[in-house]
Design a protein around this ligand. Sequence first.
Ligand code: FPP
Length: 243
Amino acid sequence: MSKEILKTLHKIPTHVAIIMDGNGRWALERGLSRLAGHKAGTENLREIIEASAEFGIKYLTIYAFSTENWKRPKEEIQGLMRIFKTMLDRELNNLHKNGVQLRHIGRLDGIGKELQKKVREAIELTKDNQTLILNVAFNYGGRDEILQAVKQIVANGVNVDDLDDDQFAKYLYTAESPDPDLVIRTSGEFRCSNFLIWQNAYAEWYFTPTYWPDFNRNELYQALVAYNERDRRYGKVKQDKEK
Ligand code: FPP
């Protein structure tokens, strides 16, 4: 995308979070297996990661596997685990070279040992990269995240009078990331599906009917154009007026 077109964007969201939905329907329409849809959804993911860095987005969070996805057929679950593994094997060096810092949000202990190891190694390898922080939500659920935060707070004996929004957020998986500014959901569904339910309190939402495997650089640009038209007030009357 040319620099001229990018200049039309006056504000770039610091943190974009994406619910990558519609892989199954994309595959069904082509007479392919659901797993073929998920595989296709990794191809455009590469383009979206690169475009995010190019647009100046600093944090990108992707919803790859939810705590509810365990209820899917066994073959699909195993396939998604394999896809994550393959993605790490194939893409890690390139991500590292491009300054992407990989982080994981969710329950790592719930997934296979080999995959856990690969994720830990990828986090370690990329920990000093600063071009783009990529949070991969894998075995992630928003309610689960809040519950584990509450349990830790109780276990640590935190004085409730010391607890406010900022303190609470330190116990979430996203403690090191600012709240999302923009959440994108593909495939024409209008739900939050247990995704970053604390963090998205003031996020702007963008919905597109496009299935995830077809969501490309230009679609991301369109989402940013829509974001530029939003007036974020955070409960106030006007963004620039202190009440
Ligand atoms: C939702 O589509 C998509 C998922 C549950 C998986 C998303 C995974 C990828 C895009 C692959 C990349 C993976 C990693 C680990 C980075 P759906 O299956 O619910 O689609 P449907 O609603 O059309 O059935």
